[in-house]
Design a protein around this ligand. Structure first.
Ligand code: SF4
Ligand code: SF4
Length: 439
């Protein structure tokens, strides 16, 4: 699992804008005040608790950071503290709450009803949005009615067709989860809840990009996000097995990880299918974000942005970490009981964390023709040395180079359409007339 939901609203806004009203692009974030750019917090309401035990999950082991035997879920006092201080810390007229797991639905519905009541209490005229990520297996009609009535966006984790999904996404007792997830999606659809799919790309589904993409089209998914597994093994005294970026990764790659080559081929194949058939119909976050970067607009996904530091992770007990991908002791900013979000999110330490994405780029990236689109991708994945021996090269570099050079002519064309106030979705009819227009 990876953190992408919080960008979804922004991403959807962008793609809807470019597919419906070209050139009505969102204004760039003001740089007048350091406090004028919004920040986001991914709240782990259920801590790392989950009814599934997916083989590649990096959330489950986070419970080892905390004492055993505790409930490790957000209590009412922390919920109220979070809602109040998160709203108060924002300088924008709208506030986005992102609920994340573990499995979020392991908190009772009453918890989220209370969250909504608190949001109303402290909103002070601000517009409040919510999105929630779930594995989909615990959805009921009652949950769906709540999401619909409150206008929540629901992200469902699903990795593709049944055999692929069930290979890694199983219950603690080893039972497959696909059938339950699909029942959940069907329920969401029946109740008219806005939903999107989040897939993890692993060593299995990376080999069948067309099967992967067509599956999502077959279940009528119009908003697709996916994130690759890139994890290294590193034994820790507390029992955790995954490495932080600055650790050696002595145990090698987690076997479910993608290879850079497979990732590149996956992206190119998926892009070809999308660009020939579905631009403007199916919104693929990575492609939207790539086009945004081509336009010089903020991308909807943090991994392709030039800096980090705008999105923290809040653990169940109030601990705040620099990023959801950096929930390691050395990246703990503080605790909400002792410090405010403003103190932590605008601290020198967090600013340095965010800027490091740009300032630690190796020369190979600085001289790369695709830097404007890639920005060195996520710092979590920068654990290679360049051929020149410089540290900090992204493990997925080779795949991204392949992808950006492959999509460049298409992106150039769509960019021109946008600049001329025409919807880029016209690329589909162009390619239908001449499938080799960009060869
Ligand atoms: S480290 Fe930066 S790019 Fe990576 S997930 Fe966090 S915010 Fe996004
Ligand atoms: S494609 Fe590779 S070299 Fe270029 S910016 Fe991305 S990570 Fe750096």
């Amino acid at each position: 699992m990876a953190k992408v939901r919080i960008y979804l609203r922004k991403s959807l806004t962008f793609v809807r804008i470019i597919s419906v009203t070209p050139l009505s692009l969102p204004p760039a974030v003001s740089t007048i005040s350091p406090f004028s750019s919004p920040f986001y917090v991914l709240a782990k309401s259920a801590g790392s608790r989950c009814n599934l035990s997916c083989a590649y999950c990096y959330y489950l082991e986070k419970s080892k950071l905390y004492g055993q035997g505790e409930a490790q879920v957000m209590d009412d006092a922390m919920l109220e503290r979070f809602v109040r201080s998160y709203i108060e810390a924002q300088t924008t007229p709208s506030v986005l709450f992102t609920w994340h797991g573990g499995e979020t639905l392991m908190r009772p519905l009453s918890f989220y009803r209370r969250a909504v009541a608190l949001q109303r209490k402290y909103a002070a005229g601000r517009v409040i949005d919510n999105c929630i990520q779930t594995n989909g297996t615990l959805l009921t009609d009652e949950w769906c009615r709540f999401f619909r009535d409150e206008g929540w966006l629901v992200g469902v984790s699903i990795d593709g067709p049944q055999p692929i999904h069930d290979h890694y996404r199983r219950t603690r007792s080893g039972r497959p989860s696909f059938v339950q997830v699909m029942k959940g999606i069907e329920m969401l659809r029946r109740h008219g809840v806005e939903w999107n799919a989040l897939a993890v790309v692993n060593d299995l589904n990376v080999g069948d990009p067309l099967g992967f993409y067509r599956f999502f089209r077959s279940i009528d998914c119009h908003y697709l996000q996916f994130t690759p597994i890139v994890e290294r093994l590193q034994p820790h005294a507390d029992g955790r097995r995954l490495a932080a970026v600055d650790e050696a990764g002595a145990g090698g790659m987690l076997p479910m990880s993608v290879t850079p080559e497979a990732w590149g081929t996956f992206l190119c194949t998926l892009f070809d299918e999308w660009v020939h058939h579905d631009v403007g119909q199916c919104f693929v976050q990575l492609f939207d974000s790539t086009l945004a970067n081509w336009m010089g607009q903020p991308p909807g996904i943090c991994t392709l942005a030039p800096t980090c530091g705008h999105a923290a992770a809040l653990e169940w007990n109030g601990d705040v970490y620099s990023c959801d991908h950096f929930v390691f002791p050395e990246y703990r900013l503080g605790n909400l009981r002792e410090q405010s979000f403003v103190e932590m999110m605008y601290s020198e330490r967090q600013r340095a964390f965010g800027q490091a994405k740009r300032t630690t780029l190796p020369n190979r990236c600085r001289q790369c023709p695709w830097l404007f689109a890639c920005n060195g991708e996520c710092p979590k994945n920068r654990f290679l040395h360049t051929p020149e021996g410089e540290p900090g090269l992204n493990y997925l570099c080779k795949g991204y180079r392949q992808f950006f050079s492959h999509v460049a002519p298409y992106m150039d064309w769509m960019k021109q359409e946008l600049l001329h106030q025409r919807p880029p979705a016209a690329i589909v009819s162009l390619l239908q007339r001449d499938p080799h227009a960009f060869d």
